[in-house]
Write a protein that binds this ligand. Structure first.
Ligand SMILES: C[S@@+](CC[C@H](N)C(=O)[O-])C[C@H]1O[C@@H](n2cnc3c(N)ncnc32)[C@H](O)[C@@H]1O
Length: 204
């Protein structure tokens, strides 16, 4: 696959596909997020798109937690914000417009979701280094890439970049049509996983 095709950013006009009701059948946000996200956690939805996962993240962290939703397209953030407003949960979410080459966020998170985003980044190595810096000690990141678009070999290359960025790739949760990895910072073995329910007070 040509590099320019792989790095093409999903346009806002296709956001409706990401919110299709059928998607919940094979990518249920609750089922995917529940092992990682619990009350009071401070979590990041990186490349949030129209907020398909952001909404469930806000529900799971509850009023004592906080969600940061990041995207490089204002149109996606606008759609995500509307969705959270309709659900009465927008106050728990910060919406952050980033650049393709820099997230530009300070702080640390208990959990970071990177769902079907990594292959769209022109500099995966740089992005992974930046994401590593945003993980709390003991925090985890879930990376999922679309299997119909990213080959096994390409995902293996991404895992190598994750290791170079100082991340350890752990178990691979089964998500239909996705290649997955759970990441934590190298050297975090003694800190233990910050499992759902062990969240720290959110910074707002
Ligand atoms: C295929 S969509 C997935 C959206 C969402 N994660 C989901 O699963 O519904 C990819 C999203 O990542 C965003 N994106 C792509 N490259 C990005 C980058 N370097 N930084 C932040 N967001 C990015 C796109 O704007 C788009 O909203």
């Amino acid at each position: 696959m040509k590099a320019e095709k792989k790095h093409r950013v999903c346009p806002v006009e296709k956001a409706g596909m990401l919110e299709h009701p059928l998607r919940r059948l094979y990518e249920s946000p609750k089922r995917i997020l529940r092992p990682f996200v619990g009350e009071g956690m401070d979590v990041l939805d990186f490349g949030c798109g129209p907020g398909f996962f952001t909404l469930e993240m806000a529900r799971l962290v509850g009023p004592s937690g906080h969600v940061t939703a990041v995207d490089l397209q204002q149109g996606m953030l606008d759609r995500a914000r509307k969705k959270l407003e309709r659900a009465g949960l927008a106050d728990q979410v910060a919406f952050h417009l980033c650049r393709a080459d820099a997230i530009g966020l300070a702080g640390e998170f208990d959990f970071i979701l990177v769902f079907h985003v990594l292959h769209e980044a022109p500099d995966q190595a740089g992005l992974l280094r930046e994401l590593k810096g945003l993980l709390k000690p003991g925090g985890r990141a879930l990376v999922a890439e679309p299997a119909f678009h990213i080959s096994r070999e390409e995902f293996r290359d991404s895992i190598a970049l994750m290791k170079q960025a100082g991340l350890v790739a752990g178990p691979e949760p089964r998500i239909p049509f996705s290649r997955t990895a759970v990441l934590r910072g190298a050297g975090d073995e003694k800190v233990g996983n910050r499992d759902a329910g062990e969240g720290t007070a959110a910074k707002k």
